[in-house]
Each structure stands twice: as C-alpha cells, then as structure tokens.
Write a protein that binds this ligand. Structure first.
Ligand code: FEO
Ligand code: CA
Ligand code: CA
Ligand code: CA
Length: 621
C-alpha cells in the first residue's frame, strides 16, 4: 500500500478505511443503508447513440434546450430550426446544461424547484445559419443561452412535469443585472466605463458546476469566461502576467462578441473580464432577487462551490479551478451560519460569503496536506510580489496560489462532501500535459505523466473539522482501463467498473457517490479510449469500494449535473452537448438526440432527465 494511502486510512478511521485496510471481505453495514445498495443491473460500456439505464430503471425527458421556462405570458415554443429570437431564448431553457440542484417545495419532495446551469453555446446549433456571419442579435441570443434556469416541477402519476406557468420560473443569463459584493467590489480593477463604481455587472455565463448553501441558496460557478472576451490579435502584445494566466488574450476568443458588444473588447474595456470568474449566489425562491457575485471566494475558472459547515458552525466552501496545473481552494466564513432555510435564515446569512479566509491546497508526499492562507500581507502576498491590496489577491487568486506554493493539479472539476463522514472527494479530470517539457512533473497527488484518464482524490480534514488547516489524503481511483499496458489505473475494488475523465460528482444523503464522466467528444471511441465507450454515470459505494456503471449517454454527450431528491427516489441528470462533433472534418453532429433518429435529422439538444426505479424504490439500489 502506498504511503499516501496508509496515511489517509490511519487518520480517517472511516468504514472505507477499515475495508481498504482489511480487504474486501468485511464490508461494513453503513448507518444510512436501505435496500440493496448497488443492487441494480450494471450497464455495459456503449457506443450507442442513446441513453441506457439499468432494466430496473426508466428515464424521462424533462427540460431540453429551448423549452419555455414557464414565465407567465412569455412561453415561446421551441423552434427546431434554430429560428427562436434572442428575446425568445431569454425565457427558454439555455444550452448545455451543467450543475443542478433540486430545492424541495413540500415535505414529501414531490414538488420543487430545479435550478441548473447552462454552460456554453454551440453557435452552429443555436442559429439557423450558424455564425459564418456574426450579428449583434446572434451575440444577444448566445448570451441568453447561457446562465441559469429556475423551473418548478411536480411529480404526477405519470411522472415529473414542469409547472408552466410558475411564479418561481426564471432565466438568469449573460445580460441579467447583478451585484458585485465582497472585498473586491468597487476596487480599481473592477471599475469600468459602464460601471465606474465597480459594483454592478451584466450577466453570468460559462456556468459550470455549482453549490448549495446551508441556507438554501444556489451557487453557480463561472468557468470558461475567458473564451468570450476578445479583440484583434495585434492587441495581445502588452499583456500582463495576470491576463495571460487567466487566458484573456485578444485573438484567442471562441466567439466574436467583442465586435458587436464593446464590453467584450479587451482593448477597450480591460477590466470587464475581472468581473467574471466568480461564484454567483442566487436565491431561487425569490424571482425578483438580484444575483450576487461573491468576490471573497476568489477568481478562477470556477468549477464547483461545494458547501459544508465547520465544527463551530461557519460555512466552508470547496472550489476547483478547472485548468491544467491550477489549484483547489477553500473558503471559511468569519461568521457562523444561522440555521434554517426559510426567508429569515436566507436574509440573516446573506453576507456570510463576503467575509472570511481563502486558502489554497498543498498535497504533500506521504498523504498529508495543508491549507495555505491567501490573505493580503501574509505568506508573501504583498506589494513586493505584485499584490497592492486584498482585492488583487482575490482577483488574481491563481497568482497568489503560486506565491504560497499550492499544488498544481490535473484539472480539478467537481467536489463532493460525504454526508456523514465529511470526507471530501474531488475529480481530477485529466491533464495530457503533465510531465511535458517545461511543464510540472508528476507529483504525489498527480502521479501520472500524460494523464489521459484522470481520477478521484479525497481527503479528511484534521479532527473532522472542515475549518482545519491540515488534512490527510489519498486517491479513491486512478481512472482508465487497467487492461491497457501502462495505464496506471487503480480502482478501490477488484470488480469496479472502469471509466475515464471523471467530472460531475454528487453524494446522495445515503452516502452513495454518483460519478459522471466527460471524455472529450474528439477522443470518444478512439484507440486509447475505445474500451471506455461513450460518457457515462457510475454509482460508487465508498464504504465497500464497489463502483457500478449506471447510465451511458448518447454520442458525443457529456453526463453532468446530478441531484438525488431528499426521498432518494428520483435522480435528475443532465445530458450535455449530445452530438459534439468528432474531429473528422464532418460538420454533422454525430447525434440527433433526443428528437431525431439518425445524425443530421434534428438539432441535438442538451436536456435534463428524471430517472426512477420502475418500482419506485431508492435510486442506487
Ligand atoms: Fe465545465 Fe470543467 O467543466
Ligand atoms: Ca465539468
Ligand atoms: Ca470537463
Ligand atoms: Ca464537455
């Protein structure tokens, strides 16, 4: 057993630890067990253009791109030819669903709000004639296709239904007014011509993973915001280190917004990108509330903002920065959470995410780790090293992480906290540049060069307290196909189903870990990846180390966004970017899911699924 693993296990004393130490034969009963855990029929890897679930289960299509969100008087039908206007798109499901949560509206959990991110756009699908020629209207429609949906749903005898219209229904998108709060608000780098006070901004976009606060608000994470800012290539000559590090480089933009909406022009408005890359707090129960960007949590390519509480009742937020060789972060609030999720508690806790301490993680060899404080004036974070004040430490958190010596990770994606043990699991999706010339070498936490398949790392905070500054860690899995020579794959049980590039991660209240994968559409089915099939979702029981494949997705899709209802009888899952074109020169998307049969017969649509056992039993059994 590697030293890192032994260290983690000795420190943790968890059921998982006991099983791992003493072998598979002594699986321990877990407190929250019910039904036959992982008793479902596992599904094989698949290259079929379909959603496949175990025969004991059924899935139902709930909220594909273009579906009216349910705002009274504003419910334009989806136009399958891409001809909906920008105004239509502002009140319809956005594209490319990602992180998601279910907020129950009744005690039985049969009525609730489903809140989800729309991460990015496929401009080819979004507009009738694509974007060979961009227009201002296309920019607006594109901005409206990202952000967040709040929909009301209820369970009926024939399945889950969207409530249309609903007083809760809301679309938040790339032009929705929002507030900027916390230490960076109003500071020099946040001020723009349109907002000299530096405290308000239009929109959120590139919304990837998410979090839920203990007081019942939704956190959406701005990930690849850099791709939407641009300018002419020539404007890239005088870039700062920070601009380079955050990728806001003229000439490298993904879309041509800057030609039609000047705030996206890096040359004219260099501070506008500082107003993106944040965690945004949304109160889903109040459709009139203004979303707030919480700058105390640091700026990065934000992926997940997973909340828990410390022993003394402060909120703790775990965050990943999804880029190669970037960091894992933790925020600990200064004040304690007032318990409850009612309107009073939500109001009382409104300022909690504006004041606290931000840390970056260092994973040491031997299975120990430290949280390193990112506070101005400490650990070298001062003017001599380029940080004039607290705001600059937050706005340029990546550079601050360098100074204090955080561990450069293999693309941290989602983070999940075990509901009873408090152990924290993070997906490290892949890093094909690990060990390349001039790039960081493999290290204890990121042990594989040319890491094509990623893995899941976990840690346990010292004393079982999420506010601790020390922890023990190990790898839960190193993903990939163990049969491939030199794969270095390692799973926690001999019969675990294999997977690659884990991304979405969700613990249900029973302690089952749902793992979702995101192998790039360019590599699915290609030699090194062929045996792994299409992207998929698996269910793991950390108490035994068993992992079983639960769902496989349509061609080109990523499986992302996952939430199990409080009664554990419904699982909501997002299918993102079905048909993501393969790199074979073909312009046709390789899927028409869910509306068409053969590729090319319909525009493929990202969508939310509701999945249940046919007998109404607990999901994961
Ligand atoms: Fe949007 Fe890092 O996944
Ligand atoms: Ca992701
Ligand atoms: Ca991903
Ligand atoms: Ca993807």
């Amino acid at each position: 057993m590697p030293l890192d693993r032994r260290h983690f296990l000795l420190q943790s004393g968890s059921a998982a630890a006991v099983v791992a130490l003493f072998g598979q034969g002594c699986a321990l009963p877990s407190a929250a067990r019910s039904g036959n855990t992982l008793g479902f029929t596992g599904v094989p890897v698949s290259l079929r253009d379909a959603v496949v679930v175990p025969p004991e289960y059924e899935w139902q299509l709930l909220y594909p791109w273009g579906t009216p969100t349910g705002i009274a008087g504003q419910m334009p039908a989806f136009a399958p030819d891409g001809s909906n206007s920008a105004a239509d798109q502002a009140v319809q499901a956005g594209m490319h669903h990602d992180g998601m949560h279910f907020f129950a509206l009744d005690s039985r959990g049969e009525r609730g709000l489903l809140v989800m991110n729309h991460e990015y756009t496929d401009e080819q699908l979004l507009h009738t004639d694509g974007v060979k020629a961009w227009t201002a209207d296309k920019v607006r429609k594109s901005l409206h296709a990202m952000g967040v949906s709040v929909i009301e749903i209820r369970r009926t005898p024939t399945g889950w239904q969207q409530v249309q219209p609903s007083p809760f229904a809301r679309r938040i998108h790339g032009n929705t007014p929002m507030r900027i709060a916390g230490p960076a608000a109003g500071t020099a780098l946040m001020r723009t011509a349109a907002n000299p006070a530096g405290d308000q901004v239009f929109g959120t976009f590139a919304n990837c993973a998410m979090g839920v606060t203990p007081w019942g608000t939704y956190l959406t994470c701005e990930e690849n915001f850099h791709g939407y800012f641009g300018g002419p290539k020539e404007a890239a000559k005088d870039l700062t280190d920070a601009q380079r590090r955050y990728g806001t480089v003229p000439g490298t933009q993904w879309v041509e917004y800057w030609r039609f909406d000047e705030r996206f022009d890096l040359g004219r408005h260099p501070n506008e990108p500082h107003r993106f890359g944040w965690v945004v707090e949304i109160d889903p129960f109040d459709p009139a509330s203004t979303p707030v960007k919480r700058t105390a949590l640091g700026r990065k390519r934000q992926e997940s903002a997973t909340c828990t509480t410390s022993k003394d009742g402060r909120v703790v937020v775990y965050m990943g920065d999804d880029a190669r060789f970037e960091y894992i972060y933790k925020f600990v609030s200064r004040e304690k959470v007032r318990p409850g999720t009612d309107a009073g508690a939500r109001a009382a806790n409104r300022h909690l995410l504006d004041d606290g301490t931000l840390y970056v993680a260092r994973y040491d060899a031997g299975g120990r780790g430290r949280w390193l404080e990112l506070t101005h004036g400490r650990n070298g974070l001062d003017a001599a090293n380029g940080f004039a004040d607290a705001a600059e430490v937050l706005i340029h958190a990546r550079l601050a992480g360098d100074i204090v010596g955080g561990t450069k990770m293999d693309r941290p994606e989602w983070i999940a906290v075990h509901p009873t043990s408090g152990e924290v699991y993070v997906t490290l999706t892949n890093n094909s540049q690990r060990g390349d010339p001039g790039k960081p070498a493999p290290d204890a936490a990121n042990p594989r060069a040319d890491n094509l398949f990623g893995g899941i790392l976990r840690w346990r905070e010292d004393g079982g307290d999420a506010a601790s500054t020390g922890f023990a860690w190990d790898h839960f899995t190193l993903a990939g196909d163990p049969a491939q020579p030199g794969s270095g794959a390692r799973y926690p049980s001999a019969d675990a189903d294999m997977f690659g590039s884990p991304d979405g991660l969700h613990f249900d209240s029973g302690g089952l870990l749902w793992i979702q994968t995101d192998m790039s559409g360019q590599v699915i089915g290609k030699p090194a990846y062929a045996s792994l099939g299409n992207n998929q979702m698996l269910c793991a029981d950390p108490a035994t180390g068993r992992i079983k494949r639960f769902l496989t997705g349509p061609n080109g899709s990523e499986i992302t966004g996952c939430v199990v209802t409080p009664d554990r009888r419904t699982l909501f899952v997002n299918i993102q970017h079905p048909g993501e074109a393969r790199d074979d020169g073909s312009a046709t998307h390789n899927s028409a899911w869910p509306d068409g049969t053969a590729p090319g017969s319909a525009r493929p649509r990202s969508a939310t699924l509701a999945i249940r056992r046919r007998d109404g039993g607990i999901v994961g059994t």
